[in-house]
Design a protein around this ligand. Structure first.
Ligand code: FES
Length: 215
């Protein structure tokens, strides 16, 4: 009896092994599958993140587009969007960059996109300039057309924007036409409008290519 009993035990053990091994294999396979799936999901997430990052970089280099707002980058209004009633009449211009509200991207990776925004009296403007203004607000390229210095000075009495590098002057009331200094090309403008939320927006791109010869 005892012999028979001893002989049956290994058979039972063997039977158990046969049943458990495939189960273990299946568990291992499921685990491996889960790792593969999570790895593939991670790859997809990373590639989506890279694609989104590439899109944002490309958008940040684009010139001003129709519908872009203008975000101030310096001073008391830093980070604010320009509104129709934002600026003081005849005061020095504020600096900003176009901002794409759809993509939530400030187009700041292109230095030629730097803008000067100021408010002047529409009654003093010539007709083409007035047509590109909204409530007296005007947007000019901040890049001097002589050698691409950033224009910083404001001659309030003359309503001229002046470049400190070689003292070129541009008439803000008449399409940025050259009034002095070595620049030969007028300052490009971005025609402005206002959206339904009261934000000032570009209604078109630059009127001409911004910047000048390299410094
Ligand atoms: S770069 Fe502006 S005047 Fe020369």
């Amino acid at each position: 009896m005892s012999k028979k009993s001893n002989n049956q035990q290994p058979e039972n053990e063997q039977t158990t092994d046969v049943v458990e091994q495939p189960l273990q294999d299946r568990r291992n396979l499921l685990k491996a599958g889960a790792v593969l799936v999570s790895g593939a999901t991670l790859d997809l997430s990373l590639s989506s993140a890279h694609a989104a990052s590439d899109d944002a970089t490309a958008a940040a280099k684009l010139p001003p587009q129709k519908g872009d707002r203008i975000q101030v980058i310096k001073g008391d209004m830093k980070d604010q969007f320009i509104r129709a009633d934002s600026l003081e009449l005849n005061a020095i211009a504020v600096e900003g960059f176009p901002y794409d509200p759809q993509a939530d991207v400030l187009r700041r990776k292109n230095r030629l996109n730097r803008l000067l925004i100021l408010r002047l009296d529409p009654a003093e403007m010539d007709e083409p300039t007035r047509a590109r203004s909204i409530d007296g607000l005007l947007a000019y390229s901040a890049m001097c057309t002589h050698r691409s210095c950033t224009i910083k000075s404001w001659m309030e009495e003359e309503r001229h924007l002046r470049c400190h590098c070689h003292l070129s002057e541009f008439a803000a009331l008449s399409e940025g036409s050259v009034k002095g200094g070595p620049a030969r090309k007028q300052l490009p403008m971005v025609p402005l409008g206002v959206d339904e939320e009261g934000f000032v927006i570009a209604v078109d791109g630059f009127t001409r290519k911004p910047g000048g010869a390299k410094k």
